[in-house]
Design a protein around this ligand. Structure first.
Ligand code: RIB
Ligand code: CA
Length: 313
């Protein structure tokens, strides 16, 4: 019996890839499906990348669905400057042979949540929240059936990474993010304040490269490429592994620390569009609607990642 039944919503993305690989390598996770969304790169690439990652993990039976090709209201912003033209630059991975599911991703999310017992399915969100927003608009009843939404996104004291105020996932589709944060489902938000502590240093990347399987060296090549942006922008010792923090929090929340506070999403001002306004010190009477994570045991996180990825082909 699996401990966690999840759907991963994602815009791969090298860091998304490691999150998906961690989930596929975890026996305590039942991955019901992967839903691709436009984000780091356009949808035709994110859905192919999701399938490439499943085949790298030796899991071609995984169900992958394509979702929104653009945000609910705004035009699509992509991040080839971080992830490369393909969105998964680094290793050369073969074109996928496994099929793309026919069903529209938001419909798969609705069908899964309505057919599973309430409170048993977790949504692990690694990209812009467009698919979740669309599902909530089409079938509002899913909100009370979601066990938890664990989303990588936003920033508090860390500010933004795509504008001074906003983090990429939220910035791409702030309206969808607002719908999610107002839907009433339990939410764990993993912002840049946490993920910037998950730096893939040279030493950590070499541990992946030294693995005797296919996955380790491929992951090292992904991170060799992925780190350029953050090293140049932040002068950090490597790229932050944002998205694997979502799956790691699901598996080992004790590796993290945070607080239940109110989070609102800026959707009016172009200057601060997509900012996550986190009431960390509870200076307003706005109701807490998310568990916001800021602390991370980085060594424990990388130990978990390394141990689990070793079990893949
Ligand atoms: O800001 C970081 C987030 O945006 C990560 O999920 C990364 O994959 C991109 O989607
Ligand atoms: Ca992502």
């Amino acid at each position: 019996m699996h401990k966690h039944s999840i759907i991963i919503d994602t815009d791969p993305g090298q860091d998304d890839a490691l999150a998906i690989l961690l989930a596929l390598a975890s026996a305590d996770i039942e991955l019901l499906g992967i839903t691709a969304v436009a984000g780091n790169v356009p949808l035709p690439l994110t859905e192919v990348n999701a399938r490439k990652i499943c085949e790298l993990a030796g899991r071609p039976e995984t169900k992958v669905f394509a979702g929104a090709s653009r945000p609910m209201l705004r035009s699509l912003i992509t991040a080839e400057h971080v992830h490369g033209k393909t969105g998964l630059d680094g290793p050369i991975l073969p074109e996928p042979k496994m099929p793309l599911q026919k069903q529209f991703a938001p419909d798969f999310i609705i069908e899964t949540l309505m057919s599973h017992p309430a409170g048993t399915v977790t949504l692990c969100c690694l990209g812009p929240l467009t698919n979740i927003g669309l599902a909530l608009v089409k079938e509002p009843r899913i909100a009370s059936r979601i066990k938890r939404i664990i989303a990588m996104g936003g920033g508090w004291s860390e500010g933004g990474n795509i504008t001074p105020a906003a983090e990429f996932n939220i910035y791409v589709d702030p309206q969808a993010a607002r719908l999610v944060f107002q839907c009433g489902a339990p939410i764990t938000l993993i912002p840049l304040d946490c993920t910037h502590k998950a730096i893939a240093t040279r030493q950590r990347i070499e541990k992946f490269r030294a693995m005797k399987n296919k996955t380790g060296p491929a992951v090292a090549e992904m991170l060799d490429f992925f780190e350029r942006f953050d090293i140049e922008k932040y002068g950090s010792e490597g790229g932050p592994l944002h998205d694997p923090c979502v799956v790691a929090w699901l598996l080992h929340p004790e590796m993290f620390s945070g607080k239940d506070v109110n989070v609102e999403i800026e959707c009016e001002s172009e200057l601060t569009m997509g900012q996550t306004v986190v009431d960390w010190w509870r200076v307003t009477n706005r109701k807490p609607n998310a568990h916001v994570v800021r602390g991370l045991d980085a060594d424990g996180f990388y130990k978990l990642l390394t141990q689990r990825l070793l079990t893949l082909p």
